[in-house]
Design a protein. Structure first.
Length: 129
């Protein structure tokens, strides 16, 4: 009977330990499920962030393409402005040449008028004499 009581006591102890182990396993399973749910949530957050990043990347690529087009257009406009500046410079030179020619023509016209006046005076003088 002493041996039976020892075995009963051992059995009670093992049952208690078994119950503690079952409780620990259940607790670990619950914690594992909680961690699995958190991991799934983080995975979904990462997927969402990755999608947003890809969207931003696509937008940046479009913006870069647009910027390259604008740069090319600006370079073309710059070349056109340089050509226009050259043309304006040439027109100024031609305008200056025309002004000089007009001054020379005016001077020649004044000299011709003076000669005509001298000729008319000489003719009048010749007719008088």
């Amino acid at each position: 009977t002493g041996q039976i009581k020892a075995m009963e006591s051992e059995l009670v102890t093992e049952k208690a330990m078994s119950a503690e182990l079952r409780q620990a396993v259940a607790s670990a399973e619950h914690e594992s499920e909680t961690l699995r749910a958190q991991l799934q949530s983080k995975d979904e957050e990462l997927e969402s962030a990755w999608g947003a990043l890809m969207s931003v990347n696509a937008n940046l690529k479009h913006a870069l393409h647009d910027a390259e087009g604008m740069r090319a257009l600006a370079l073309k406009r710059h070349e056109q402005l340089e050509e226009a500046n050259v043309n304006v410079g040439r027109l100024r030179e031609l305008n200056q040449m025309m002004i000089e020619r007009l001054h020379k023509a005016k001077k020649a016209a004044l000299e011709a008028d003076a000669l005509n006046a001298e000729f008319a005076a000489a003719r009048t003088q010749a007719e008088v004499t």
